[in-house]
Design a protein around this ligand. Sequence first.
Ligand code: NI
Length: 186
Amino acid sequence: MAILKIARMGHPVLDSVAEPVDDPGAPEVQRLIADMLDTMRDANGTGLAAPQVHVPLRVVMFYVSERRAGPDPDDGPVPLTVLVNPSWEPLDDETALDWEGCLSLPGLTGEVPRHARIVYRGLGLDGGRIERRAAGFHARVVQHECDHLDGVLYPMRMADLSRFGFVDEVGRALADAREAAEGDAE
Ligand code: NI
């Protein structure tokens, strides 16, 4: 087991377009996946892409916990999923706004528009083909991780940079706003 160093925003590996994996069964790819799993668990992440651990290959992993799952059957929960050479496309024009974080931007969060429903494809851990529909958080995490393979970090997708900040400050502001709204309703 190895816990890998996570690149932070500003490191050039996060800006580059990652290369496709020729042989998902190659021992070095299997070792990379095992180390990425250890790294993601150690960092309490819900997703990780290979460029975040300084490896410019098209490999991502993620899961959707019970807590994150939504009412749509395509919105999880989803067990830990590895995707080698993933691709995705939107199923319609609907987008959704929600808060995201990233292990490469520790302590920060931003409100990011994403496609609400997508279909994605890739090769799984055992080399078998995966094709799934995703909605809500499930669709969001897949789009976020696949963006890492093309050198895109979530602030680059944001429409309103006033909705970008430190988690503890934004959390406080949102809690205050909720309190004010509840106060008005009484
Ligand atoms: Ni990320």
